[in-house]
Design a protein around this ligand. Sequence first.
Ligand code: PMP
Length: 429
Amino acid sequence: MQTSESLFNRAKQHIPGGVNSPVRAFKAVGGTPPFISKADGPYIFDADNKRYIDYVQSWGPMVLGHNNPKIRQAVIDAAQNGLSFGAPTEIEVIIAELVSELVPSMQMLRMVNSGTEATMSAIRLARGYTNRDKILKFEGCYHGHADSLLVKAGSGALTLGVPSSPGVPANVAEHTLTMEYNNLESVAQAFAQYPEDIACIIVEPVAGNMNCIPPVDGFLQGLRDICDQYGALLILDEVMTGFRVALGGAQQKYQVEPDLTCLGKVIGGGMPVGAFGGKKEIMQHMAPLGPVYQAGTLSGNPVAMAAGLASLNQIKKPGLYEQLSQTTQTLAEGFKSLADKHGIPMSVNYAGSMFGLFFTDVERVTNYQQAINCNTEQFNMFYHGMLDNGVYLAPASYEAGFVSAAHTDEVIQETLKIADKVLAEVALK
Ligand code: PMP
């Protein structure tokens, strides 16, 4: 039996950083990442057979908890009939109808294989539909790793985009404007400067890639109004929030209607699935109906669709999202009162079953600058203390945490008991 440590050493020989997605390498917090051998409900188990209460939940998909029996069975049943046909299937029709019913703004939609593909395709469609090149995003929001979206702000609200990764050509990045999250004024200024050039605004309706930052009152509706004023499209990137903060996503929770929506994570129930969709009139510009091209050999894959459908069929259960929100509130407020008890400055945010802990004395964190100014040293101490004691949080202070339906009150209380002990230790350092 290989331990996490020996597996990590072997992995580094043939996989850059030993991982297939960078954050898994634990660069931000240091140490060896546990290599996971199995998962069940709220728990994951590593190669050393240590059990952790998991608040990463595969970065969001497992809203019902790990190894859900109905999803597992649906995958086994689908696999009996063949893994991929590259031709249309009934289950694609069923899932499209169901997603449209749950998220009514998605009158038409297309399945893809990841959140990155969903946002990349939605942006291409917005550009193709409006005949405009620029896009507007927000500092600290992550929309996958497509070139035009891997851009962060330069200094000054209206600075043109600079790539945040080598390999993204400057003349691609220059079409991306990056504004401050929760700041409508900066968006209004950008549109005043480029009234006829901005194809779309893309936004995480609850930001989950700079820890967890919900929209302030009026922010999302303000974006909708500005888009209407200038003929731009509003794209809600609900890859994380879809079927997570409410059954109908953040657009239902905050009552804002996008032109296009991107989905991922929960829609695949743990299999690689994404989707984008929206108003029929816009979606009809997609090939083969229209000129905007997008395709995928494995898109709508029958095994992945079976997992997605089994996931969506279960989350429709009445009361599930109320339960998830309640559990998340108990957990987040529990962390906050323990931090208070130990004299550690902390602010917590939560929306539906997403939460974030900030080691800061800022009362309410609403943007990227505040998020990155938190005490990372305290976070890292807290992180490793929790990990040692069997609680698996996201291994970086800029990631949202997730609660699943399998996190019972008992599991939450066990987590808080451990946090009490760990925060006492952090307070002593
Ligand atoms: N958009 C958002 C809001 C995300 O959180 C993510 C992934 N964390 C993506 C897009 C990209 O999705 P994927 O990793 O499936 O490509």
